[in-house]
Design a protein around this ligand. Structure first.
Ligand SMILES: Cc1ncc(COP(=O)(O)O)c(C=O)c1O
Length: 471
């Protein structure tokens, strides 16, 4: 179609027409996503080459844009909502969350201060209060939403620094501060330290035991050595559900050390924290009630569309001390019940993320979310049992939640070839990791639409592919 000039938004009639079409498309997509290859068969740069090199001078018809989305963009998409997406941490957007995303965009509020979106601010307090209760965290913990766990953790480290050195926001510099996390911690901990100027060299990687959990004894020794060397230990970050193998650090023992050594304890429960909604798994967060701060990601295992990370701290005042800066143009009247979230972190503009969380939490309820998570964990256990019983495969890490780490009893190269073969098939998408120099394949179950049959089918695919390739 010839480009036309567009000086106005879509008319309500046009919006309605395409809106119905988009919703129909989404409903079909969610119903049929299984028939698509999980990973697109594309090469880097292919999409760029398909698109015009110069920007659009004139507007296009919305139907043409939507058509190009389906024809040109979609073939390059990796389908995270596919039930056999079992790579990284498998996540999914539930339909209530998808609908809420449309409403969020329609309202397009910016919750910088209470007044700029009272509903956003108060719904954030309410929904984070619900999750806090479900996870068994103390009721006085202050909660706020960030985009990602990486941002949450960066704020935790900044608060920890402000706690140990309140003047640092004025003077800058980190003055020999050292932070401790395990060798298996997510890279976001180190990146948070880099971002706020602690320095990567001052992040100490505490060794792990044979089950990949932080060794408290080694933590204590490293703190002592650093103090002897004139450093100032200030923060420790244990993980509940590490990325490579979902190991769970001994948080109660680490909390003892943090209290004795005066360290801020931030718990990274980005993935694993969600499992504590299952009553028999409450113990996973044991010791977290002593944390100075903690993060868990509803966008990981709570079926909330990306992005939404829940961050809690028992010291909101320290967070404010670290970040509050109120320019004249944003000054509002003070009311103790009006939270101005901009005072507690770097971002000023804040999406109405709480709305999608509210939709998702209300739709499923705790019971619904717990039932799905319980199934995921059960199927991971069944998959692990098949691996255990197989002659040609072995487990490479304890299965603590819904992730199974395993390998073919062969060379690293064979394992890599097997992984590539499975992913190339489009039938499933798995990822890998290397721990202690050992390559392993990761199968992560976390998608709302995954069934037990999917898990069994993926096992058959792995088993038969290996038999064919290495017979
Ligand atoms: C344990 C853990 N922490 C933090 C993160 C970072 O999460 P985000 O992508 O929300 O920054 C991940 C990501 O997978 C993770 O597994």
């Amino acid at each position: 179609m010839t480009p036309t000039s567009k000086y106005e938004d879509l008319s309500p009639e046009e919006f309605r027409r395409l809106g119905y079409e988009v919703i129909d498309w989404i409903a079909d997509y969610l119903e049929d996503v299984r028939s698509r290859p999980v990973l697109p068969d594309v090469k880097p740069g292919e999409l760029v080459d398909k698109l015009p090199a110069s920007p659009p001078e004139h507007g296009s018809d919305i139907e043409d844009i939507f058509d190009d989305f389906r024809r040109i963009i979609l073939p390059h998409v990796t389908h995270w909502n596919h039930p056999r997406f079992m790579a990284y941490f498998s996540i999914s957007a539930s339909a209530p969350g998808i609908l809420a995303e449309a409403l969020i965009a329609a309202l397009n509020t910016n919750g910088m201060v209470w007044k700029s979106n009272p509903a956003g601010t108060e719904l954030e307090e309410v929904t984070l209060g619900w999750i806090r209760e479900w996870l068994g965290l103390p009721s006085h913990y202050f909660g706020m939403i960030h985009d990602t766990a990486s941002t949450s953790t960066m704020h935790a480290i900044a608060a920890a620094r402000c706690w140990i050195d309140p003047g640092v926001r004025f003077t800058g510099g980190s003055r020999g501060l050292t932070l401790y996390t395990s060798q298996e911690a997510h890279s976001s901990v180190e990146k948070g330290a880099i971002a706020i100027g602690i320095g990567q060299d001052n992040v100490r990687k505490v060794p792990v035991d044979s089950d990949y959990r932080m060794c408290p004894k080694r933590l204590r020794e490293m703190i002592r050595q650093d103090r002897d060397a004139g450093k100032t230990p200030f923060c420790v970050v244990p993980t509940v559900g590490t990325t490579s193998t979902t190991s769970i650090d001994p948080v109660p023992a680490i909390a003892d050390i943090a209290e004795q050594e005066r360290l801020w304890m931030h718990v990274d429960a980005a993935y694993g924290g969600a499992a504590a909604v299952v009553p028999e798994l409450k113990h996973l967060l044991e010791g977290c009630e002593r944390a100075d701060s903690i993060v868990m990601n509803p966008h990981k295992w709570f079926f909330t569309p990306l992005d939404l990370s829940a961050f809690y701290t028992r010291h909101p005042q320290i967070l404010r001390d670290a970040f509050a800066l109120i320019p004249e143009y944003l000054r509002t009247q003070t009311d103790p019940r009006a939270v101005n979230y901009m005072d507690y972190g770097v971002p000023l503009g804040r999406r109405f993320r709480a709305l999608k969380l509210w939709f998702v939490l209300r739709y499923f309820g705790r019971e619904g979310i717990a039932a799905i998570i319980r199934n995921h964990i059960m199927w991971a256990g069944e998959f692990a049992e098949l691996v255990r019983r197989s002659e040609n495969f072995e487990l490479t890490a304890p299965v603590t939640l819904s992730l199974v780490c395993f390998r073919y009893r062969g060379t690293d190269e064979q394992n890599q070839q097997l992984l590539e073969e499975i992913n190339r098939s489009g039938m499933a998408f798995l990822s890998s990791t290397t721990v202690n120099g050992r390559f392993m394949i990761r199968l992560a179950i976390g998608n709302l639409r995954t069934t037990r049959d999917d898990v069994m089918a993926v096992w058959d695919l792995i088993r038969t592919s290996a038999a064919r390739m290495f017979a």
